[in-house]
Design a protein around this ligand. Sequence first.
Ligand SMILES: NC(=O)c1ccc[n+]([C@@H]2O[C@H](COP(=O)([O-])OP(=O)(O)OC[C@H]3O[C@@H](n4cnc5c(N)ncnc54)[C@H](OP(=O)(O)O)[C@@H]3O)[C@@H](O)[C@H]2O)c1
Length: 276
Amino acid sequence: MGLEGVRVAVLGAGRMGSAIIRGLVAAGAEVIATGRRRETLERAAALGARTTRSNTEAVDEADIVVIAVKPFNYPEVAEEIAGHVAGKVVASIMAGVTLKILDKTLPGAETYRAMPNIGALVGRSVTALALRDGGGRGSNWRLVEEVFKTIGSVVWIPESLMDAWTALAGSGPGILAEIIDAMILGGVAAGLRRDVATKAVAEQLRAIADLLEEKHPAAIRDEVATPGGTTIAGIHALSSYSPRRMLMDAILAAAEKSRELSEYVANELAKKLNID
Ligand SMILES: NC(=O)c1ccc[n+]([C@@H]2O[C@H](COP(=O)([O-])OP(=O)(O)OC[C@H]3O[C@@H](n4cnc5c(N)ncnc54)[C@H](OP(=O)(O)O)[C@@H]3O)[C@@H](O)[C@H]2O)c1
């Protein structure tokens, strides 16, 4: 299934919305994007979308709607579009906004919850789509997958794992960037120029990403670690800092924070939207 001629409304053409618009336009979809400020609309227009300040107009014209505003802007958007979504497919990328909230606030819509990541900016998001209780996807799941495949790849996970996903795939790029920066500085400390060290790390990340398709990380490590060689000397030095413990703790801390924030978002929205 392609997206040629499919009409997609992107409500909130911000950072993530713009990445989605870029992917959709490249895939041949007809995009109508919204925002409140002129700059937002101009940026979306430059990416090839039609634009409007009216979320209802965008929804009325669309086959599928992507909601990409911040969670705390959702109440105003929900109020605006609630009467216009019956029978439409609506996918939200808002962190912490549950399927339950979407279902209660968008009567008659077929709702989806998606969590893309920063990779979307370069067409390499890995986006989680939430399975409903009991494992159901919704009858238009292929169309929704197609939309998110325009910015990268897609996996389906139970909604209860969205916070774990946010930690690993959402915060992961930031945590990896921290490690990468330290590795680059290690190269600089060993005498390489920063740009050369950066290229060395960037290229090996690409290679490792490809190798991971076929091999366990431990197998990749064992191939590089010649007995008595440089790699095992580096790994030996690293092991005195418990890197596994540190990184597993980092992901678990991010997951805990995501749970806290999701709960806060859900409670605040429930109050504003009068949901019990
Ligand atoms: N950034 C990420 O890495 C990431 C990853 C996964 C999920 N998300 C989710 O994606 C959503 C957007 O994040 P972002 O980083 O792209 O934020 P952002 O850059 O602030 O984009 C949000 C956009 O929504 C527009 N907006 C606000 N109220 C609106 C309204 N009533 N009607 C129409 N448009 C409205 C804003 O445009 P105006 O200022 O012109 O109104 C703004 O450009 C959030 O819910 C976030 O949880 C983000």
